[in-house]
Every structure is written in structure tokens, then in C-alpha cells.
Design a protein around this ligand. Structure first.
Ligand SMILES: [Zn+2]
Length: 281
């Protein structure tokens, strides 16, 4: 265990290091925004673990607090959702405010994670404002947003923003790869597809990169489908249209399922294996 790579957010070694350094100085602050296109849920778990970890190198990933956070069962790392409503209701947020005044169950702090701040409207954010501004010292807040502009300036001014790397930094290659995958899928040649997946696995593609590759590929298939219906589209779309609507929509649909798989904490190898079984038929 001693030589293990330090734990990090997938695809975000630099951000992971910066969070770790701030945690080491006990300078994480009580409220943070995680913004950008990457794996915000993984980043939020990492930051929550850094807040709750009791080891010197936070998050260590090994202490009971870290392990519970990463398993999603820490009683003091609360993910705030409202399954009954499209947006998070004011009532749910009032409960957060009142719960925040109660001491943590077992952790050093009590961390509230808001997984998608696009679901917090202005009224909802105003309910939180006071506790974010002047809450009890044990309460910490993690706001996740693809774009931090969805948060009110009054909230933003009281938080530290940690930005995930822009997709451009890591995504130059997948564009070519998505075209290639699209071509192979449409040609329907099983050995080529199997070889393509094997190469992806060897290239140690991250879950986030795989998700982007599959999403881009699905977008291409959908543009082919549109071209098949309208007779219009760019050169690739028109070429794809020749494959036929049925095949294009079946392939796009099965990719959709795998894109959803990529949102869960499943190994890339497992997703690729299942893809090969489903598509190489
Ligand atoms: Zn720990």
C-alpha cells in the first residue's frame, strides 16, 4: 500500500493536487464550487473526503471517513437531491439549513453536496445564502455546476471555485476516434470493432473520456439518422445515412445505455467488455 499512487479525481491530476495542498494547510474553506464539464460527482466525493479525512494526506482514501465518503455512506457527507421535484424545492433546502445547525454525527465536519446547481433556482439559493455566509463552523458546502454562472453572485462571492480542466485539454483525440468508431459500427465488422475496443482498453482511456467518445459517436449516428430522413447534412452524415435508419437508430440507442453506465462507478474495462458483447453481434 505504501507505494500506491495518491488518490485523485479521474482525469484531474492537477486539480486533485491543488485540493490536496489546500487540505494539508487546512485551507479548503467552508464553501466551494466545482465547475466544468468533467466528472463533477467524482470531484465532489474527492473534496468531501478531503474535508472529512483525518489523515495527514487528505484525502488518504484509507481512513474510515474517506472509505465511507467514497462508498457514499458517510452520514456527514450529505448529497442534497429532491427526487419528487424537477428543481430542488425550498422545503428540502430549509431542512438542510436546519440540519446544518446540528453537530456532525461522527465526522470532523458536515458536508452538503449539491450535485447539480442548475436545479437550484434563485429562491432556493436565497434560502441557503445565510448558512453559506455565516453558518456554524462545522458546516461545509460543495456546489457542483457545469457553469458556475447558475449560482447567484452573492453565493459565488462566498465560495472558492475549483474548475475542472476544459474538455479541450483532453479531448483532441476522441474526435477522430468517434468518427472511426462510427465508421466501424456502420460497417458492422465484428473483428474490427473488437480490435478497436481492445486498443481503447490498452490506451488506458478514462471513464470520462470513454463517455465523451460514446457521446460524440452517438451524435454522429444521430446526424446520420437526420440525414437519412431529410437528405441533408454534412458529408459524413450523408455517408452514414446510406447505412439505413434502422441500423443507425439501433446503434445510437445502445450507445445511449452505455453512456449512462459511464455515469456510475464502473470500471472502463467492464463497460468496454459489455459494449463488445452488445455491439459485436
Ligand atoms: Zn482519509
Amino acid at each position: 500500500m505504501a507505494n500506491q499512487e495518491p488518490l485523485s479525481i479521474p482525469g484531474e491530476p492537477r486539480l486533485s493536487r491543488r485540493i490536496r495542498e489546500a487540505a494539508g494547510r487546512d485551507a479548503l474553506g467552508h464553501a466551494a464550487i466545482l465547475s466544468g464539464q468533467g466528472d463533477l460527482a467524482a470531484a465532489a466525493r474527492f473534496l468531501a473526503a478531503a474535508q472529512l479525512c483525518r489523515d495527514g494526506d487528505k484525502p488518504c482514501g484509507l481512513c474510515p471517513d474517506c472509505r465511507k465518503v467514497f462508498r457514499g455512506v458517510h452520514p456527514d457527507a450529505v448529497t442534497v437531491t429532491d427526487p419528487d421535484h424537477k428543481n430542488v424545492s425550498v422545503d428540502v433546502l430549509r431542512e438542510v439549513v436546519s440540519d446544518a445547525s446540528v453537530l456532525p454525527n461522527e465526522g470532523r465536519r458536515k458536508v452538503y453536496i449539491f450535485p447539480d446547481c442548475a436545479l437550484l433556482d434563485g429562491k432556493a439559493q436565497n434560502v441557503l445564502l445565510k448558512v453559506v455566509e455565516d453558518g456554524p463552523p462545522h458546516a461545509a458546502f460543495i456546489f457542483c455546476a457545469a457553469n458556475s454562472a447558475v449560482l447567484l453572485p452573492t453565493i459565488r462571492s462566498r465560495t472558492v471555485e475549483w474548475k475542472l480542466s476544459p474538455p479541450a485539454e483532453t479531448a483532441a483525440a476522441p474526435d477522430e476516434r468517434s468518427r472511426e468508431l462510427c465508421g466501424i459500427l456502420c460497417a458492422g465488422k465484428a473483428p474490427e470493432l473488437a480490435a478497436f475496443f481492445a486498443e481503447l482498453e490498452n490506451s488506458k482511456i478514462s471513464r470520462e473520456e470513454l463517455k465523451k467518445l460514446l457521446s460524440d459517436t452517438r451524435d454522429l449516428l444521430v446526424s446520420g439518422l437526420a440525414a437519412a430522413c431529410t437528405g441533408q447534412g454534412d458529408a459524413l452524415a450523408v455517408r452514414l445515412a446510406g447505412v439505413g435508419k434502422y441500423k443507425l437508430s439501433a446503434a445510437a440507442e445502445s450507445l445511449g445505455g452505455f453512456i449512462r453506465h459511464c455515469n456510475y462507478n464502473i470500471g472502463v474495462g467492464q463497460v468496454l467488455g459489455a459494449l463488445a458483447v452488445e455491439l459485436v453481434r
